[in-house]
Design a protein around this ligand. Structure first.
Ligand code: SAM
Length: 338
């Protein structure tokens, strides 16, 4: 019988930053948990599995299973160290700004919803101390790629139930994630509660478009069907048509003035990175991966910039500094907590 691990009884305290050693404690008794080879045991006999060296605070199956499959299949695709293009690094620098990015060294960073770890490796190369988690088994991909690259601790856990005390992290990063949760506001409030006073948080969020675009129109047309499909089957279909359709899509997109509108109206989803410098084989791989990403996610609720502003509570007096702008996946927010 499958055991449901009770996240609420797990709590991580005493994070020793330099050596990244973590003392696990049972919040009920405040005593340390007993660590066996494959699990932690609390005084009240709850068990938390440790599989492939990664603590797991989740049910075995959850709504992010398609993401887990995606990130383990395309484990290296978007890593700068693999693509040899500094796309993740440039995106971080653009979105965070030099002021924030340059202060990450030695900071305790929480990366929420890490996927395969394209940003984990950038934080590590910036000498940050990184705690990185995802609800899916994408954490296995991240661990395989990044566990030896610096001070990183990776676990499988849920945004709604983060096993760390409140006001614990210097910096919290959550890109590409919140729109994929069942309740983005609740998810945002949960990560924000883990931020220290004087710390910063950066999120991004999918933009809701009010006119046809190649990124949104075909995707939201098909999602009612594809998000419910068997992910393996969906991936097989995408792998069949993208290599054939990508050159056609590229040709149409390059038609001056109307190319983009035409690809928006044609109901064939195709994530086409025309001009970011990838070679032909990489463009096919990225197109298959991101088309799958767009069509398979269980939840995908875009927002306007104003709706994102409302979600993060711009009027909240707890903000020392606040910026919101169009960029990255749609809308970017950086907040310094008072
Ligand atoms: C589009 S991916 C983005 C991954 C990574 N941040 C990136 O930009 O490459 C969204 C990720 O959010 C994760 N996710 C969704 N809901 C989550 C939750 N409740 N807790 C933690 N991670 C979650 C998914 O498993 C998935 O890996």
């Amino acid at each position: 019988m499958q055991r449901t691990y009770k996240i609420k009884t797990a709590f991580l305290v005493n994070f020793v930053e330099k050596k990244m050693k973590i003392l696990w404690k049972d919040p009920n008794s405040c005593s340390a948990m007993i660590k066996n080879k494959n699990f932690f045991l609390t005084e009240s006999n709850d068990k938390y599995e440790i599989k492939n060296k990664i603590p797991r605070f989740v049910d075995k199956k959850n709504y992010t299973d398609a993401f887990g499959m995606q990130w383990n299949y395309f484990r290296k695709t978007q890593l700068d160290s693999y693509s040899k293009f500094p796309l993740s690094e440039q995106r971080l620098k653009r979105c965070l700004g030099d002021n924030l990015f340059s202060t990450l060294k030695g900071k305790l960073v929480l990366e929420a919803g890490c996927g395969a770890g394209r940003f984990t490796e950038i934080f590590l190369s910036s000498d940050a101390n990184v705690v990185s988690f995802d609800y899916s088994n994408a954490v296995d991909a991240n661990y395989a790629s990044n566990s030896d690259k610096g001070d990183v601790f990776i676990f499988q856990g849920d945004l709604y139930d983060i096993p760390f005390p409140d006001e614990y992290f210097d910096y919290i990063f959550c890109f590409g994630v919140l729109q994929h949760t069942p309740n983005p506001l609740k998810a945002y409030n949960s990560i924000y509660s883990k931020l220290k006073k004087g710390g910063s948080i950066s999120i991004d969020y999918y933009l809701k478009f009010d006119k046809p675009t190649p990124w949104s129109t075909p995707k939201y047309f098909w999602r009612p069907v594809t998000a419910k499909m068997d992910p393996q089957k969906l991936l097989r279909i995408i792998k069949l048509y993208i290599p054939i359709y990508l050159p056609i899509d590229t040709f149409i997109r390059k038609i001056p003035k109307i190319g983009s509108l035409i690809t928006a109206i044609i109901p064939i989803p195709c994530w086409n990175y025309v001009s970011i410098g990838l070679n032909k084989a990489q463009r096919v791989e990225w197109a298959i991966m991101d088309t799958f990403d767009a069509l398979s996610a269980t939840y995908d609720t875009p927002k306007t910039l104003e709706e994102v502003r409302e979600m993060v509570g711009v009027d909240n007096t707890g903000h020392e500094k606040f910026e919101i702008f169009y960029g990255s996946n749609g809308v970017v927010v950086n907040i310094l907590k008072k």
